[in-house]
Ligand binder design. Sequence first.
Ligand code: AMP
Length: 361
Amino acid sequence: MMTSMLEPGQIIGILGGGQLGRMLAQAAAQFGFHVIIYCPDEQPPAAEVADQHICAAYHDPDALLAFAQRCDCITYEFENIPVETVALLAQHKPVWPDARALNVAQDRLTEKQFIQGLGIPVAPFVAIDTREALASALAEMGGTGILKTRRLGYDGKGQWRLDAQSDLDQIFDDTQGQALILEGLIAFERELSVIIGRGIDGQIACYDPALNVHRNHILHTSTVPAPVSADDAAHIRDIGTKISSALEYVGVLAVELFMTSDGFMVNEIAPRVHNSGHWTLDACGTSQFAQHIRAISGWPLASPTRHSDARMTNLIGNDVDKWPTLIREPDHCLHLYGKSEVKAGRKMGHVTHIMPLGTIG
Ligand code: AMP
């Protein structure tokens, strides 16, 4: 639909108003674009740094039409935007990434089938419809597994680890009729991710893979370089490239992987900028946010090369109280998201410690 490049002064619409939208809006401003945030919340973090905020539901056709009319190009900052919303907007203005990427990524079953279809390993999986199907699939997997809702799970929500002691009746009740997938439990050595930018013309810019450590199911740190060989890093980039090319993806895509003794497996993909790519803000000339804006604007992608080693640490809940110390630490780049209310488990900001190349690996 879009054949030409956006020009500075034009308007980018962002669905979603969280910290990812905020950092996308800041990147858009760097290039002189104006930003409208569309988000049902009243004071979302992204709206503080944007030109306008449309506060309306994702299913409000009139508000969506008004939004589309004002924008030159539209994107989103989280993958749980209804596909119908994106389809409706796409009738009026270019929306990147398109509905295909969203469809694949919103359902863990479709996502696994798609990735496996590309010849890329994923955890063994079975779609689950009944309590009986769960029991027999679990037995076939050797008695352990992770039951996940196919849709709308994040940060470990909508997941149940199962073993011989699990009360399957109770767990099946807890799933409240949601569509489910059972995955084999992978004894991974490490968790990694890779951020890939893909332009409208198919140009690819792949960042270095990061090593991710989670705490309480929430990302705690991302470190680059990840402790993998140059060959493995190239292999991970190939996986990311293959997935984004197969989707004819436009924008920045995140691919999360397990490193096992048998090689790499894709856990999931996110059709958006990603928490495990925040280090690119301070360790690269062009961040994932700027790259995404370039991609959806039809601009050529910039180099994803790293000029520093980096460790990004999320500031979750009260961690944000450390800001007075963090601003005194040399080479620590602090990013706060402007959220007034501190809540347990809430991402309040992040800090990236940058180090000379070669310090980490
Ligand atoms: P997800 O929401 O799929 O990213 O899962 C959240 C976390 O649960 C991952 O980061 C892993 O630490 C863990 N996990 C998810 N799926 C599996 C699996 N099949 N085997 C082992 N651990 C898993």
